[in-house]
Unconditional design. Structure first.
Length: 246
């Protein structure tokens, strides 16, 4: 008789067992859950990321419908562990020996639905997932989806667009990153500014510094200070002063 598959309730219980109320208070402050802040209303129970990852490994066989149930949880750590499990499942479905395009498509569909209904709704949730799910899915496909996300009203969808392109950068392709960054230059939300500058910095670091400086030659004067600071972090000090002075 086959063993029963794990459930979202079991994952939540495992997280609750190791939760630390003191850490929960710290995490709620760190992730800006107060009134009017970007994470307003998010609930933390106090589980640190390394522990969350160890629990994700224990529940690697969690079915997609149970992953979706976790993504609907009001508890931040539930949603984080769901995304870590989804990452691992997507990675397995992309490996040559376990390649499963149908499984990949189902996971992308589930992930996008969660993003669009506001369940991937803090920077750590976006950053742990977008480049690992949407990124590899679109590497050899049309990238209209990235630009659709970049046009969205939701801060989190726009950050997903930017972080998705990290997978392209790591594959040596900066073209989509540069185009998305150009479209989001006037977005002064702090979490977009930071992501935009970060991705530009990675273009210079991992692909070609000349692509970064070419972008800065054209756009530095209209960039926000935060994005410009992040983008120029790795440049020669004289160049950094030059661009930040613009």
């Amino acid at each position: 008789m086959a063993a029963a598959l794990p459930t979202a309730a079991e994952v939540h219980a495992a997280l609750a067992e190791v939760a630390d109320p003191a850490d929960a208070i710290h995490l709620q402050r760190f992730f800006k859950t107060g009134s009017g802040e970007y994470g307003e209303g998010d609930i933390f129970i106090g589980v640190r990321v390394p522990v969350t990852r160890s629990i994700a490994k224990r529940f690697a066989a969690l079915p997609l419908d149970e992953i979706d149930a976790l993504l609907n949880s009001s508890v931040h750590e539930d949603r984080l562990v769901a995304l870590i499990i989804l990452n691992a499942g997507f990675d397995k479905a992309t490996k040559p020996r376990t390649l499963d395009i149908g499984a990949q498509a189902a996971m992308v569909e589930l992930y996008l639905a969660a993003v669009r209904r506001g369940r991937v709704n803090n920077w750590d949730l976006v950053d742990v997932s977008a480049e690992n799910i949407i990124g590899p899915w679109l590497l050899d496909r049309p990238r209209d989806l990235v630009f659709e996300l970049a046009r969205a009203d939701s801060l989190w969808e726009r950050r997903v667009a930017l972080l998705t392109t990290f997978a392209f950068i790591k594959a040596g392709d900066a073209s989509t990153t540069l185009e998305v960054c150009e479209r989001l230059l006037d977005d002064r939300r702090d979490l977009i500014q930071k992501a935009l500058g970060w991705m530009l910095r990675e273009v210079g670091k991992r692909v070609d510094e000349r692509l970064l400086t070419g972008f800065l030659d054209k756009h530095a004067a209209q960039m926000g200070r935060t994005a410009l600071s992040y983008a120029t972090e790795r440049l020669d000090p004289a160049l950094r002063v030059h661009y930040r002075g613009r």
